[in-house]
Design a protein around this ligand. Structure first.
Ligand SMILES: Cc1cc2nc3c(=O)[nH]c(=O)nc-3n(C[C@H](O)[C@H](O)[C@H](O)COP(=O)(O)OP(=O)(O)OC[C@H]3O[C@@H](n4cnc5c(N)ncnc54)[C@H](O)[C@@H]3O)c2cc1C
Length: 463
């Protein structure tokens, strides 16, 4: 088994397999997680996934900050606030994602069947010649690309080849492997982007008392922005703007979060102050200019691949479905993909010894190996590949409803924000009537939150 990309999807998936004794190689182009900016908001959906992975003890030992609530301001006026945990078993929690990934990696490295190749970029897929493709599986493959030739490994940029029965592509929103496998992705052109700013510790210390552990969204005349305290004690600001607005091209590769933001003529803290209530505006205006590092640009380009698989290949995480940053979904959905994929595939992958031990308490291996060859408790190699391919389809079918629903809710929330952004008259009206309009808007906002927070019920583990 080969997993490409050591983000949340790839690391979690590889760990779950390695813990069960499945031989797994994890390939990652970067040497250090800290080099990539990733989301750090764990919703109850992500917390549930980590718990079901048995990672609650690891999480408990990581730097984290539980949110006290969500507050919205319009033209400096409070619109509404909602306290966490909003009926969920746990509040939304900001974590140090690099520390989580390192912790998972450490656990995987302790498993004898796991190997990690950092600093190795995958260049392309190794695909069997069409004529060598196996016949379509007998199982319920449905709309998979079963007739396609089989992926049998990858070629690294240094030219070396790694072969595998299954390649799991967790290579992020710019997924090269998805494109090579010709798995199309439908993308929404929102025309929007977020500039992410990190404030230094001194600035964060100044802002934390005002923030009071909240995630705050401020809608102003010029644009809207959000700010929250990170698990590491800093403060992050996300400024929403028209893509490529205010000069400056989109930096980096497809969907990349690289690139400096535009150099605004008006200093950023002054811009934020203009959309802020007086107390926060005063704090912004007191910040020394050196408190800000250049922002990272993040295009809002959600998308969904209708097919996540072809024989020998499965896409997970952002590669299959880049998410909008609204209500912190990407990390959470990636973890849930990894969990469901591992639970579906493990019964087919565990070594025979582990399988027979496990089958004393579960029938999963008996089902998986229903077509086992007469002289062993494993299916013939071809049959096993067909079973694997069928399981890939099952993974996608189990995950698509949640991803589609969450993306629809994000779209709804974003279109409301867009309406406010485009219509100054609406902003003025709502701000003037904030006392009445606030509770109404809160009710609307709350209606979408249960699924955005908890997702849909996770499928049962295969019996
Ligand atoms: C600024 C920002 C804020 C965000 N906020 C949140 C949030 O609060 N909550 C939330 O849930 N989500 C958030 N997200 C989104 C979240 O970070 C992603 O959805 C999540 O990381 C996706 O996980 P993944 O494993 O699919 O992909 P990634 O995390 O993108 O990991 C992909 C990995 O693959 C590696 N890779 C890529 N190509 C290759 C190759 N050819 N060979 C080898 N390795 C390769 C990359 O180096 C990377 O490590 C945010 C994202 C950003 C950028």
């Amino acid at each position: 088994m080969l997993v490409v990309g050591a983000g949340p999807a790839g690391t979690a998936f590889a760990l779950l397999l390695a813990r069960a004794g499945v031989p797994v190689q994890l390939v990652e182009s970067q040497r250090q997680h800290q080099r990539l900016l990733r989301g750090d908001g764990l919703m109850p959906s992500g917390l549930e996934a980590l718990q079901r992975m048995g990672l609650a003890p690891l999480l408990a030992n990581l730097p984290q900050r539980q949110l006290a609530g969500w507050s919205f301001y319009l033209k400096g006026q409070p619109l509404f606030s909602v306290a966490e945990p909003m009926g969920s078993p746990a509040p939304c929690t900001l974590i140090d994602t690099a520390a989580l990934l390192n912790g998972m990696l450490e656990q995987a490295l302790a498993c004898p069947s796991f190997s990690f190749l950092p600093g190795k970029a995958v260049d392309r897929l190794l695909i069997e010649p069409e004529t060598a493709a196996p016949p379509p599986p007998a199982g319920p493959v449905g709309d998979s690309q079963a007739g396609d030739s089989r992926v049998k490994g990858v070629v690294l940029e240094d030219g070396s080849e790694l072969s595998a029965d299954l390649v799991v592509a967790c290579d992020g929103r710019g997924s090269r492997l998805r494109r090579q496998a010709q798995l199309e992705r439908q993308e929404e052109a929102t025309g929007l982007e977020v500039l992410w700013f990190e404030l230094d510790a001194a600035a964060a210390a100044l802002l934390q008392p005002w923030l009071a552990q909240r995630f705050v969204t401020l809608i102003g005349e010029e644009s809207s922005y959000a700010l929250f305290g990170t698990a590491q004690g800093g403060v992050r600001v996300g400024w929403l703007q028209q893509r490529g607005g205010e000069g400056g091209e989109q930096g980096g590769s497809e969907g990349s979060e690289e690139g400096d933001g535009p150099s605004a003529a008006t200093p950023w803290p002054e811009r934020w102050a203009r959309s802020s209530p007086p107390a926060l505006a005063a704090l912004w205006r007191s910040l020394p200019a050196a408190s800000l590092r250049p922002p990272l640009r993040f295009a809002i380009r959600p998308g969904l691949a209708p097919g996540w698989e072809r024989p020998g290949l499965l896409l997970l995480g952002d590669g299959a479905h880049p998410m909008s940053p609204l209500r912190a979904q990407g990390l959470n959905m990636a973890l849930r993909d990894a969990l469901v994929a591992a639970e579906q595939l493990l019964p087919l992958l565990v070594p025979p010894a582990a399988a027979s031990a496990a089958s004393t308490s579960s029938s999963s291996n008996a089902n998986a190996n229903a077509n086992a060859s007469a002289n062993g408790d494993r299916p013939a190699p071809d049959q096993q590949l067909h079973q694997l391919d069928a399981a890939l389809v099952a993974v996608r079918r189990l995950r698509l409803p949640e991803i589609s629903k969450v993306q629809a809710l994000q779209r709804q929330e974003l279109s409301r924000a867009e309406l406010l952004r485009r219509l100054p008259i609406l902003r003025r009206l709502l701000a003037a009537t904030a006392r009445w309009s606030g509770p109404l808007l809160a009710r609307r906002w709350l209606a979408g939150q249960p699924t955005l927070r908890s997702g849909l019920p996770l499928p049962k583990r295969p019996a």
